[in-house]
Design a binder for this molecule. Structure first.
Ligand code: UDP
Ligand code: MG
Length: 338
């Protein structure tokens, strides 16, 4: 047997052995330059207290206020911080997806970069996860956002998502969530899909729960969103609902609409025939009736076609396997990553 000579190195030098990271905290950042120092400080000091090994991944989503530069500088002071700078602004979901793809922790925590979520809740989320869940979703019980433009649309959206997916959470929109890494491993994210992760994970058999978390009003900068996002969220909701339930059998849906509209058309036709033949009335002077028929039929057709187009588009996205973001550079916390 050959003995190991001094020059022979073991196959994996011990300093390259991957260290075990328990928790990866992922924060998407778009123009949050004033919040960043407070945010990084709050997260790292909370996690330092837990004694867990962790990394903090801040994803700069094409900020134009110097957030990316500041994050890179912060990596010099904070050894756990990794800055992933994307090439341009892709949106919150792609930024989070970049974080997920580069995370090495067994547990992943997401939160917003504007200090509206409170890092002090992280230990409670971890404790809850350890009770035997795969995903713990935050519930902003005292949400500090505008009532009419934010709270009301999200109440409606949460109710709808609960009804359609069967996973009833009070607050899908809360970014503060904890996931076991395997739950998000195969998720193909796009659009506003990050908020549906609990529902998507549940469909895949994950154990889901929610717990109340703190919420603060924005201290710096402005929200990046308005009512337009609610519309995008609803479109995502409808399409994932149809995709999960009916993608294999779209005719069950469209066939039903087709059947319904045909029955409606035939009924009106029969009614008109009855008026004409049975009662001897003239039916040529009923434009409203004709208009109603035309509107119903074209409405149903437009809806079905729209939905089909949307499904095709998303199937296309899912089959493309193209990244939904591009990374410009990665700095800090032993940068080599997937
Ligand atoms: N964000 C992002 N890319 C975007 C828009 C937002 O990374 O294109 C980040 C933003 O910096 C913040 C989080 O996503 O950390 C949530 O955004 P915001 O606070 O504006 O949303 P709100 O709290 O108003 O729902
Ligand atoms: Mg916010």
């Amino acid at each position: 047997m050959q003995s190991l000579s001094v020059n022979q190195q073991p196959l994996v030098p011990s300093d390259l052995t991957p260290s075990v990271i328990e928790v990866s905290v992922i924060v998407p950042i778009y123009n949050e330059v004033e919040s960043i120092p407070h945010l990084v400080e709050a997260i790292t000091s909370t996690l330092n207290q837990t004694g867990l090994s962790y990394e903090l991944i801040c994803v700069d989503d094409g900020s134009r206020d110097g957030s990316g530069e500041l994050l890179k500088q912060q990596t010099l002071i904070h050894p756990h911080l990794r800055a992933i700078v994307l090439r341009r602004n892709y949106g919150q979901t792609p930024a989070m997806a970049a974080g997920f793809n580069h995370a090495r922790g067994k547990v992943l925590i997401t939160l917003d970069g504007d200090l509206q979520n409170d890092p002090a809740d992280i230990p409670d989320l971890l404790a809850k996860l350890n009770e035997g869940y795969d995903l713990v979703s935050g519930w902003r019980k005292n949400r500090q956002d505008a009532a009419l433009t934010r709270l009301l649309p999200s109440k409606i959206a949460n109710w709808l998502i609960g009804r359609l997916t069967g996973v009833k959470l009070h607050d899908y929109g809360c970014s503060l969530k904890a996931y076991r890494a395997e739950v998000v491993a195969d998720m193909n994210l796009y659009g506003e899909l990050h908020r549906f992760l609990p529902a998507l994970a549940y469909i895949e058999g994950a154990r889901i729960t929610e717990m109340p978390v703190r919420h603060h009003a924005r201290r710096f900068g402005q929200s990046k969103y308005g009512l337009g996002r609610t519309f995008r969220v609803l479109m995502d909701l409808f399409t994932i609902f149809f995709m999960k339930k009916f993608l294999t059998r779209p005719m069950h849906v469209f066939g039903l609409f087709g059947l319904g509209s045909t029955i409606l058309g035939v009924s009106i036709g029969l009614y008109l025939t009855f008026l004409k033949l049975g009662l001897g009335q003239s039916i040529g002077d009923r434009p409203l009736l004709i208009l109603a028929v035309v509107l119903v039929l074209t409405g149903v057709q437009l809806f079905s076609f729209g939905l089909l187009a949307e499904l095709l588009m998303r199937t296309y996205h899912e089959s493309q396997n193209r990244p939904i973001y591009r990374v410009r550079e990665i700095v800090g916390a032993d940068t080599p990553a997937p």
